[in-house]
Write a protein that binds this ligand. Sequence first.
Ligand code: APR
Length: 315
Amino acid sequence: MRKKITVIGAGNVGASCATRLADKELGDVVIVDILEGVPTGKGLDIRQSCPVEGSDVKVVGTNDYQETANSDIVVVTAGFARKPGMSRDDLLWANYEVVASTVRQAVQHSPNAILIVVTNPLDAMCHVAWKVSGFPKNRVVGMAGILDTARFRAFLAEALDVSVESVVAFVLGGHGDTMVPLVRYTSVAGIPVTDLLDEATLHQIVERTRFGGGEIVKYLKTGSAYYAPSAATVEMVESILKDKKKVLPCSVLLEGEYGINGLFVGVPVKLGASGVEKIYEIKLTEEERAALHKSAAAVQELVNVMKPKLEAAGA
Ligand code: APR
């Protein structure tokens, strides 16, 4: 039987995810949005691309969560995107309500699903999804690190004029300006990137990666990135549905790892059929550890602000 994937949000990220999922024939796709007509129209459009792509999956768009019943994976992209001058954290309150209400409805119909959260501010929204769903921590995971790493890899490949496939990079921390690109764990086919690029160039690339999302928002003006975010999300879906057990940087609930407790933060994990199957705790230098903790502190601040609301909602 084919797998079933629900994508909540038929906007730029959601529709791009649905398209990529259908193109890769990963499973039947249900797109849900609060807007009337839009998910249905986009669902039909994507469905009609399937004969061209040679993909035998069903794609439907709807406002009705009943159609999402028994999904294997629920991808949450609903919410507001950033505008120029906004940080991801500025989205907190608007997207809190959206994530809480959509997750609540989705999990009623798919109690065994794995939740992949994409809505920003990412790590805080993972926390909301985890609390509201009541799911175990292996079934709630946020998309951030793959995107940040992809940006890092793209810039490095360009600077070195090598294939993006040869660049292996690592980014730790929250999905925000405090993310921690780990140069020490970054290589070109095993060759440390520090042997190939001078410090000044590397520093420039690290900074561009850190503000990579903001650079795009500045150009788009009315929204934020979606092609790379959707590609990153679909890599996670694929690793889970095919039980590939890829090791990928994702936002997960830490319970003591890296000295962080009760927060979603981006770290390397193994993604397979059970969701988050392992959290890798790698050795960090003092400087890297301090940067990771600074990043976690930024997530903690948002979680503290949301706490009364979550408790009032019984989550
Ligand atoms: N239920 C369902 N869908 C909703 C709800 C809701 N309560 N509230 C908003 N939406 C839908 C909107 O109707 C819209 O179609 O979410 C969609 C968001 O789409 P866009 O505005 O195009 O935003 P997008 O670029 O897709 O980004 C969505 O992903 O990467 C993050 O920072 C980004 O938080 C943002 C999210």
